[in-house]
Write a protein that binds this ligand. Structure first.
Ligand SMILES: Nc1nc2c(ncn2[C@@H]2O[C@H](COP(=O)(O)OP(=O)(O)OP(=O)(O)O)[C@@H](O)[C@H]2O)c(=O)[nH]1
Ligand SMILES: [Mg+2]
Length: 273
């Protein structure tokens, strides 16, 4: 088995920064975590990737090509499809080492995860190569600070979950940027609680639209609450414990370290004899 996090989320939500932080954390913990850059338009990241899709195709190639002449978004979709057609390239770069732990730093175009099929096919490919994968969906906490925004972010997360059909963790990134007060406010949303969310949605005056809007919000809130569909975990990269908690949560989901645990236990039991 091999292990992977598919690091996804809107543009600028902190995916590449999260990958670098996890690599640094892993070094401290004396374990190896690798990163693959899957963003054909990436301009900056500060990890050393084990593979970089830009070596295969760069979004600029598709925009400058006389025949293709894509814009940045169409170009990106083309690149991901090109990667799928040339998946041998990725397979070779990933090698075949057992127990490898790889973060896939993905592009920030949300449509790749909500309804297009390219990303899903890539996931299927990775699963065929023995990867146990968890989708890690990052949302910038600054866009989640009131009820309406939180509901909208939750719907985006739900849409990704439904489309990718993978074990899934939602992270609120950049927690370090919030004031104490704002952090308190956010905490009310972290346990899905429709009433906290709706209490926060401000409606100006009663009219037919507001009535309907309130009913819709209530229905969505109930759905999320009753089915525990979407939960967000706060991520503060400046806090060692926060990073560690998230990593342990994801490790458990992809069953990383379970073999190692068994081995240690066998060892301890043998010691007792
Ligand atoms: N304060 C703070 N800033 C952050 C954090 N994570 C990311 N940033 C900043 O947010 C900006 C975007 O971060 P990236 O890691 O490049 O985001 P991304 O999701 O990879 O962006 P794209 O690849 O363009 O979609 C950068 O300026 C980062 O320095 C965080 O945890 N705290
Ligand atoms: Mg990035």
């Amino acid at each position: 088995m091999r292990y992977a996090q598919l690091v996804i989320g809107p543009a600028g939500s902190g995916k590449s920064t999260y990958c670098s932080a996890l690599v640094r954390h892993a070094v401290e913990k004396k374990r190896a975590i690798e990163v693959v850059n899957l963003d054909p338009a990436a301009e900056h990241f500060d990890y050393e990737p084990m593979a970089d899709v830009r070596e295969l195709i760069h979004v600029q190639d598709t925009m400058e090509d006389e025949e293709l002449h894509f814009g940045p978004n169409g170009g990106l979709i083309f690149c991901i499809e090109y990667l799928l057609e040339n998946s041998d390239w990725l397979r070779d770069k990933l090698g075949e080492d057992e127990d490898d732990y790889v973060l896939f730093d993905c592009p920030g175009q949300i449509e790749l995860y909500t309804h297009l099929t390219a990303m899903k096919k890539l996931v299927k490919q990775l699963q065929d190569w023995n990867f146990n994968i968890c989708a890690v969906f990052l949302v910038d906490v600054q866009f989640m600070t009131d009820g309406a925004k939180f509901l909208s972010g939750t719907m985006a997360a739900l849409s990704v979950m439904v489309n990718l059909e993978l074990p899934h963790v939602n992270l609120l990134s950049k927690m370090d940027l919030l004031s104490k007060g704002a952090r308190k406010r956010i905490e009310r949303f972290l346990e899905p609680d429709a009433h906290a969310i709706l209490g926060d949605i401000e409606l100006n005056g009663a009219n037919a639209f507001n009535d309907k809007y309130k009913k819709l919000s209530e229905a969505i809130g109930d759905l999320i609450e009753n089915y525990s569909l979407v939960r967000f975990l706060p991520l503060n990269l400046k806090n060692h414990e926060s990073v560690n908690d998230i990593l342990i949560t994801i490790d458990n989901i992809i069953q990383y370290g379970e073999d190692q645990d068994v081995r240690t236990r066998d060892f301890e039991e043998a010691d007792d004899d």
